[in-house]
Design a protein around this ligand. Structure first.
Ligand code: HEM
Ligand code: NAG
Length: 518
């Protein structure tokens, strides 16, 4: 008897579910679903099970299938249809029309609240307007001094591991990025490079690690389910979050206090040259309507630190791996550095960066093949008709697949999988959205220039002093994995060697340790 009722209920549910999804189901005749079968209730979600490396492989496979299928492919995430986009024409259009993020990543809001990166459009828009002017070229140029000083510390820290074979360079570059991000955003020294056990960092790492875990296990997205199924991680997440919130709130309230007391409102020409003005100070001082309150400031500061640190670190770390694999490219980068800096070990300045054109191409080529953010999600909030004529229906999710767009042979030619920095020098892009590691359109990364400057400064400082060795490099593609970002499976293992010039310098100066520049 009971099973009969159960059967009837299931049939009724199936009918209801098909009926509510009828428009999405109809769409799959134009945008085919992936080859794996869709299961009842969960759809294709099961294909994302497995290790972080398996997960990245699913994104790669989805991208390949999409390219074969004219740029689009779909899969069911439960009862929601997700469209994978691997074509720059469709992607450019969608990134301009669909600004809303999909609820699939709502769990990030536990830490970031309504911070602009994942906020709904009505909250995001005025905040973006407030934050954007602080990213002016002039302000960014004023940060280079800081990038340069922090990268000198990194170079110094690396001395103990140089010449000692293969090691993971990740924590050195990540700490550089974190120190630079905290100094430029908040105006404080967290000294990640010198004190890796610092509690802010520890909390930050906890939150990132647990968010990565949740990102890939959809049944943990709901807060109550997460608490129930994984109470230990939940507890750790909650306390780390609390620590970070308090930490931010303290900095913000003391800055508000100081600025209120001094009552200085700098006009842009009379900013004191020597001292660095952080994003936080600039946001507090930029008055007028829409001024952010203390809670909003905390949310935006967390977004900046989170969005700026590991992403740029991954970009710079992938670049060191590519240079290890391509000694001829590294030699060219080094010759360019010699042209700009000569024998001098002076710090990198804002004037140097535009002159490092080949290094710039190497970075771009690395970000093309190994974009630190390989996919992003958006939400179709109302029907949109693509330039190709296909209409995506309201409620669909979008997975814009940068990995696949960057390797789409239609836009990159038959050697798309090859590392060839010259392609960014010889030939203009075949489509403005064929290369977009920082996304595209009104909601693209606000820190694009900042990131390029920070990574270039770090690499220029590093590569003037060290050669990245070929030890430990492997033939073919790097193995990569996906948590919230794309990272290297072997954790960015490289070997460093002091350049001959510095080797000689150190040998001569050995008796006079205090004269050694780092
Ligand atoms: C190599 C380094 C970086 C990469 C690959 C990267 C990539 C991205 C991507 C793909 C997005 C999502 C855009 C979208 O949904 O369309 C994004 C958003 C964002 N990024 Fe970056 N980013 C990097 C560095 C930075 C830095 C250094 C900062 C700040 C200093 C930053 C701040 C932001 C912010 C605030 C957003 C949200 C923008 C909005 O929704 O209005 N990012 N980034
Ligand atoms: C975001 O803002 C809305 C409207 O002010 C509010 O209802 C909501 O609780 C906020 N969300 C988070 C996660 O703070």
């Amino acid at each position: 008897m009971l099973w009969k009722i159960a059967l009837i209920l299931i049939i009724l549910w199936a009918i209801y579910s098909r009926w509510t999804r009828r428009r999405m189901i109809a769409l799959t005749s134009k945008v085919l679903t992936m080859k794996s079968p869709a299961l009842p209730f969960i759809g294709h979600s099961y294909i994302f099970l497995g290790t972080d490396e398996d997960r990245m492989n699913v994104f790669k496979r989805a991208g390949k299938e999409a390219i074969k299928n004219g740029g689009l492919i779909s899969h069911w995430r439960g009862s929601q249809l997700f469209i994978v986009v691997a074509d720059p024409v469709a992607a450019e259009f969608l990134l301009k029309t669909c600004l809303e993020k999909d609820a699939a990543i709502d769990f990030f809001k536990a830490l970031l609240g309504n911070g602009s990166i994942f906020a709904p459009v009505p909250i995001w828009r005025p905040r973006r307007k407030m934050v954007a002017p602080t990213f002016s070229q002039k302000n960014l140029n004023s940060f280079i001094q800081e990038f340069s000083a922090q990268s000198q510390i990194m170079v110094k820290q690396l001395k103990s591991v140089a010449g000692n074979g293969v090691f993971s360079i990740w924590k050195y570059i990540a700490a550089y990025s974190m120190d630079s991000a905290c100094k430029t955003s908040l105006g404080i020294d967290v000294d990640a490079q010198l004190q890796p056990e610092q509690p802010f960092l520890h909390s930050f790492d906890n939150c990132c690690r647990i968010d990565a875990l949740r990102a890939c296990q959809p049944w943990l997205h709901n807060d109550k389910m997460f608490k129930l199924l994984n109470p230990e991680s939940y507890e750790q997440y909650t306390s780390s979050k609390k620590y970070m919130w308090n930490f931010m709130d303290k900095i913000i309230s003391s800055k508000l206090e100081v600025l209120k007391k001094e009552n200085i409102v700098y006009t842009s020409d009379e900013v004191p040259k020597a001292s660095l003005r952080s994003f936080l100070e600039m946001l507090i001082e930029s008055g007028g309507e829409g001024k952010l309150n203390a809670l909003e400031l905390r949310e935006e500061m967390l977004v900046l630190v989170l969005a700026a640190s590991d992403t740029s670190a991954a970009g710079a770390a992938y670049t060191t791996l590519m240079l290890a694999k391509h000694p001829d490219v590294q030699e060219k980068v080094y010759q360019e550095l010699r042209e700009v800096f000569g024998d001098s070990d002076r710090p990198v300045t804002a004037e140097d960066l535009p002159r490092l054109k080949y290094l710039d191409a190497v970075l771009r080529e690395t970000l093309r093949l190994y974009p630190p953010v390989p996919v992003i999600v958006r939400h179709v909030h109302k029907d949109v008709t693509l330039p190709s004529g296909v209409t995506l229906v309201e409620g669909c999710g979008l997975l814009i697949n940068f990995w696949a767009i960057h390797r789409n042979p239609k836009y990159w030619g038959e050697d798309a999988e090859q590392f060839r920095p010259e392609r960014f020098i010889d030939t203009p892009l075949t489509h403005p959205a064929a290369f977009m590691p920082f996304s595209h359109g009104p909601r693209a990364c606000i820190g694009y220039q900042y990131a390029m400057m920070s990574m270039k400064t770090a690499l220029a400082s590093l590569l003037r002093v060290y050669r990245v060795g070929e030890e430990g490099t492997t033939e073919g593609e790097l193995r990569v994995k996906f948590d919230v970002m794309m990272k290297h499976v072997d954790n960015f293992q490289v070997a460093l060697h002091l350049r001959t010039y510095y080797l000689v310098l150190f040998t001569i100066l050995a008796p006079y340790k205090s004269l050694i520049p780092f």
